[in-house]
Design a protein around this ligand. Structure first.
Ligand code: AP5
Ligand code: ZN
Length: 217
């Protein structure tokens, strides 16, 4: 199964991706995570991406599509299928992705679009914190760890907030993504692949809705 998870920043893509990859054993490919890893390794890709990410701008299409192309061709993805999180984000990326899957003689089965009222996204992003050791994502109000200050998944007590979750960067991220989102939705709607999910509900209810969609794939 090959799927795309779409949604504005803070819609819950990463949160649902953790659950989907655990449940369906498909490979989670997050372009945001790949860029953050490259930044922490101080690689050339990281140096390129950082300037854009710090300002809430999109990394250029050719750079982003290049890393996705390379990742999708790898053995584990070919074997288990992929779930793209945060890619494509522009029409050019969507067209490139269609070309990539065609070359690999595979296809996109479903595009899951998590929809959340834009006015709630700032609160979601400003309350987010992440486990430094395992990457699990939490929210101070909506999804706190079961034991305060201790990661449910790995037991670590070391958490951080993303640099791009600062209010001034968040505003830019939302603006840029809202603008690009509409034509992308239309693109997949036209292909008959789009499923809209109400992302305003609690995390487990959103996951139940996604499962209903994926059962039909
Ligand atoms: P990326 O890392 O992909 O960030 P994003 O798209 O802005 O999305 P987020 O990770 O912020 O949000 P999410 O939807 O995963 O929400 P989450 O589950 O964490 O990209 C970062 C940057 O990299 C971009 O700005 C760009 O510069 C670059 N980039 C990446 N891909 C690119 C591309 N294709 N092209 C060009 N540039 C690219 O949830 C958010 C919070 O809400 C959490 O605290 C969570 O606990 C909480 N929450 C989740 N679900 C619920 C719920 N149902 N109810 C209440 N709270 C909830
Ligand atoms: Zn952890």
């Amino acid at each position: 199964m090959n799927i795309i998870l779409m949604g504005l920043p803070g819609a819950g893509k990463g949160t649902q991706a953790e659950k989907i990859s655990e449940n369906y054993k498909i490979v989670h490919i997050s372009t945001g995570d790949m860029f953050r890893e490259a930044i922490s390794k101080k690689s050339e890709l990281g140096r390129t991406a950082q300037g854009y990410m710090d300002q809430g701008q999109l990394v250029p299409d050719e750079v982003t599509s290049g890393i996705v192309k390379e990742r999708i061709a790898q053995e584990d993805v070919q074997q288990h299928g992929f779930m793209l999180d945060g890619f494509p984000r522009t029409l050019v990326q969507a067209e490139t992705l269609d070309q990539i899957v065609k070359e690999l003689k595979t296809s996109i089965d479903r595009v899951v679009n998590i929809k959340v009222d834009p006015e709630d996204l700032v609160e979601r992003l400003s309350g987010r914190f992440i486990c430094r050791k395992c990457g699990a994502t939490y929210h101070k109000i909506y999804n706190p760890p079961k034991v305060e200050g201790v990661c449910d998944v790995c037991g670590s007590k070391d958490f951080y907030q993303r640099d791009d979750d600062k209010p001034e960067v968040v505003r830019n991220r939302l603006e840029v993504n809202i603008e690009k989102n509409t034509p992308l939705i239309a693109y997949y709607e036209k292909q008959g692949k789009l499923s809209n999910i109400d992302g305003n509900k609690p995390i487990n209810e959103v996951f139940d809705e996604i499962k209903k969609v994926l059962e039909k794939v």
